[in-house]
Design a protein around this ligand. Structure first.
Ligand code: ACO
Length: 431
């Protein structure tokens, strides 16, 4: 628990209550209200938990006003530029940058866990071919607890570690299988001679009938997308994983819950929704009409890929993603990509419009990621599964941290009840 040297005074009906105030290593002070109900008989009200710290954490820090995102203290732009996904996974899980030998061991372990139980192939075949890959992933990841019982005892540290390796290693295989199944192609087994990102591209795009060469520049761009999505502190899906885990649920069930939450268009589903919106806009001359719709209070339309619950200045991941979009399209020889042009013009138009600047609405990580993924050959339905596989390490790291926290309790929010008061049941003939 963070240092407590200050207190806050809350006055209710003339009575003062002293509340401890914790000072974090970075970020705003946190008023501790845990004893408030016991002392004053009141709850606090915070729909959407916009002002509530739900846990202590040492993993990720975001300063939304300054556009800062760090993992274990290291800024995301340095990690995206100098590190790679599996090293970031190690950092998130263990808290420090690995030495060469530790990294090699970790990479070997993850690589050796990439295959899934052969019987799971049959499980996949039970889904309709036209199912969204996220629907398939929620089911298959939840079903992992039926295939890997030997790593579901959360009180055993070694089992927790094995479950973490399994989830990180198998998620690309599961995402690729969901894709292959949806297009009617045979599943492709992982290859241990390829790195994590290259192996994922191989499992998605190779077919038994011919050789598939993974372009190292595309593999690097893929790896960077994984890195940029690896963790984002207590976002909706991570909080879902923590809440599910607080009851003692097994790790596969908790991560399946996280995937279900991530699917929504206000969260991980935004990258698919954003690309669909850019295509619907189609040409730069349509942009003013869509900006007008986004500003119209009577129109539910929002600019997808714009705005963020925490970043109110810029999203540091969006900067790296924009640069990656240019690099990938350049490599693929897509000089005049109309969607990229619409995205750039839309960003410029919105950033010149007081509606967006006054509300501090800026492009988020999803604004450019869809363009890169589409250029690589992924259909829009695969965008959110790719986000899910990238975020798995974040979910797992936060889950492990929570389980080793002595303060862990079952999550149980309160409510502001606005319903009927106590009344007597009325027999059906008297209603
Ligand atoms: N387009 C138009 N107006 C917007 C947008 C947008 N994308 N986002 C927010 N606003 C407006 C709201 O209408 C609201 O206006 P008001 O104050 O006049 O009522 C104001 O900005 C604040 O919006 P909230 O929804 O209260 O902000 P919140 O922080 O709760 O929402 C969210 C953040 C959900 C991300 C929102 O900006 C949004 O829906 N964006 C589009 C979806 C998206 O891109 N999601 C991806 C998030 S990043 C991620 O998950 C990786």
């Amino acid at each position: 628990m963070a240092d407590t040297t200050k207190t806050a005074t809350l006055t209710i009906d003339g009575t003062d209550y002293e509340l401890p105030v914790h000072q974090p290593t970075a970020g705003p002070d946190v008023v501790d209200i845990r004893k408030l109900y016991g002392q004053a008989g009141v709850f606090t009200y915070d729909p959407g938990f916009t002002s509530t710290a739900s846990c202590d954490s040492t993993i990720t820090y975001i300063d939304g006003d300054a556009g800062i995102l760090t993992h274990r203290g290291y800024p995301i732009d340095q990690l995206a530029g100098k590190s790679h996904f599996l090293e970031v996974c190690f950092l998130l899980l263990y808290g420090y940058l690995p030495k060469a030998e530790e990294l090699e061991d970790f990479e070997t372990t993850v690589t050796r866990h990439t295959m899934i139980h052969e019987q799971m192939h049959n499980f996949f075949r039970g889904f309709r071919r036209d199912a969204h890959p996220m629907a398939t992933m929620v089911g298959v990841v939840g079903a992992m607890s039926a295939f890997y019982h030997d790593s579901t005892d959360i009180s055993d540290e070694r089992q927790r570690e094995i479950a973490s390796f399994r989830l990180i290693a198998k998620m690309p295989t599961i995402a690729a299988m969901a894709y292959k199944y949806s297009i009617g192609q045979p599943f492709v087994y992982p290859r241990n001679d390829l790195d994590y990102a290259a192996n994922f591209l191989h499992m998605c795009f190779s077919v038994p009938a011919e050789e598939y060469h993974v372009d190292p520049i595309l593999a690097r761009a893929m790896d960077r997308i994984f890195t940029l999505h690896a963790d984002h502190e207590q976002n909706a899906s991570t909080s879902t994983v923590r809440l599910a885990s607080s009851s003692g649920a097994n790790p596969f069930a908790c991560v399946a819950a996280g995937i279900a939450c991530l699917w929504g268009p206000a969260h991980g589903g935004a990258n698919q929704a954003c690309l669909e919106m850019l295509k619907e806009i189609g040409t730069p001359d349509q942009i003013p009409e869509y900006i007008a719709r986004a500003k119209d209070k009577n129109d539910p339309f929002r600019l997808m890929g714009f705005g963020h619950r925490v970043y109110k200045n810029f999203d540091p991941r969006a900067k790296v993603m924009k640069q990656s979009a240019d690099e990938v399209l350049d490599l693929l020889g897509v000089e005049d990509n109309p969607t990229l042009q619409v995205a750039k013009d839309l960003e410029k138009a919105a950033l010149e419009d007081p509606y967006f600047t006054e509300k501090k609405l800026f492009p988020n990580v999803d604004f450019y990621s869809g363009i890169i993924l589409e250029a690589m050959g992924f259909p829009t339905a695969m965008f959110t599964p790719i986000f899910a596989l990238s975020r798995t390490v974040g979910w797992v790291s936060q889950w492990k941290e929570q389980l080793s926290d002595p303060q862990m309790k079952i999550g149980r929010p309160r409510q502001l009840y606005q319903g009927e008061n106590l009344r007597d049941y009325v027999d059906i003939e008297n209603r």
